[in-house]
Design a protein around this ligand. Structure first.
Ligand SMILES: [Zn+2]
Length: 269
């Protein structure tokens, strides 16, 4: 995997430019990856995940679009969490572009899996990929064989599954659906671009199965409650991510209530 490599802003494919947001931290790694998508000559830009409400960062998104001869016509959110969505309203005010997301509470229009957008000739396919959160979407760019995954697949490490909004069964189904697309690139919400998605998605599925097994083992070993299981599973946990780790353990316990023998995981173990 690409662990250790730094994230740097700049062009990634012919149609995609990465603008790293200035919000590094234990949950966001180097910061949130904001994306500017432009079909060459199309004149329209799509921003995916404007990130934090930081005027300098939002200005860079506008400038990248302008450099590619485009104005921002749509703002898409992979999900509603603040590190991805907080700047959406300010960018919408600045550009007049609508905010589109799965969760209508943070958007001007609602996106659903199966929707297809055309932005100046750029085709963007909307994929429902719940798991990290219920409202998580991914966006496929067939012309570049790329898929933008938000926090469903990260450039390093495993995403939190934030129970009860996030569900392990949903995450497994979403990872399988992404795997079946055979994209050439994953453009994650945090961390570096993933150039071997098949390998990384297989690893993510196996890691999920192993995590479920380790929760089962921790319980058998006498860890009775969520806090004890977190201590057993994440020995060197940064205090800032403890709440997310607890929510993730709760999501795994909820999964085990429905599939205690992990039979649904036979294919990926
Ligand atoms: Zn995030």
């Amino acid at each position: 995997m690409s662990a250790g490599s730094a994230v740097t802003s700049g062009p990634v494919t012919e149609r995609v430019e990465l603008v790293l947001a200035p919000n590094p931290g234990p949950m966001t790694f180097d910061g949130t990856n904001s994306w500017v998508l432009v079909e060459p000559g199309g004149g329209e830009a799509v921003v995916v995940d404007p990130g934090p409400d930081d005027p300098g960062h939002l200005g860079r998104l506008v400038a990248v679009a302008a450099r590619r001869g485009a104005v921002i016509s749509r703002i898409l959110l992979t999900h509603r969490h603040g590190d991805h969505a907080e700047g959406a309203r300010a960018l919408a005010d600045r550009t007049g572009a609508p905010v589109l997301a799965s969760d209508g509470r943070c958007a001007d229009g609602v996106l659903r899996g199966g929707d297809v957008l055309d932005a100046g000739g750029l085709r963007v396919e909307v994929l429902a990929t719940p798991g990290h959160s219920r409202d998580s979407l991914s966006f496929a760019l067939p012309a570049d064989s790329a898929v933008l995954t938000g926090d469903t697949v990260l450039g390093r490490g495993a995403p939190a599954i934030l129970h009860p909004d996030g569900r392990v069964a949903d995450m497994i189904a979403s990872l399988r659906a992404l795997r079946s697309r055979h994209a050439g690139l994953v453009l994650p919400g945090h961390g570096p671009v993933v150039s071997e998605p098949g390998r990384v998605l297989d690893a993510a599925l196996r890691a999920r199965a192993r995590r479920l097994e380790s929760v089962v083992h921790a319980r058998r070993g006498g860890s009775a409650d969520v806090a004890e299981i977190v201590d057993a599973l994440y020995p060197a946990l940064h205090p800032h991510v403890r709440r997310a780790a607890e929510a993730t353990v709760r999501a795994h316990l909820a999964y085990l209530d429905t599939d205690p023998d992990l039979t649904a995981l036979e294919a990926i173990r």
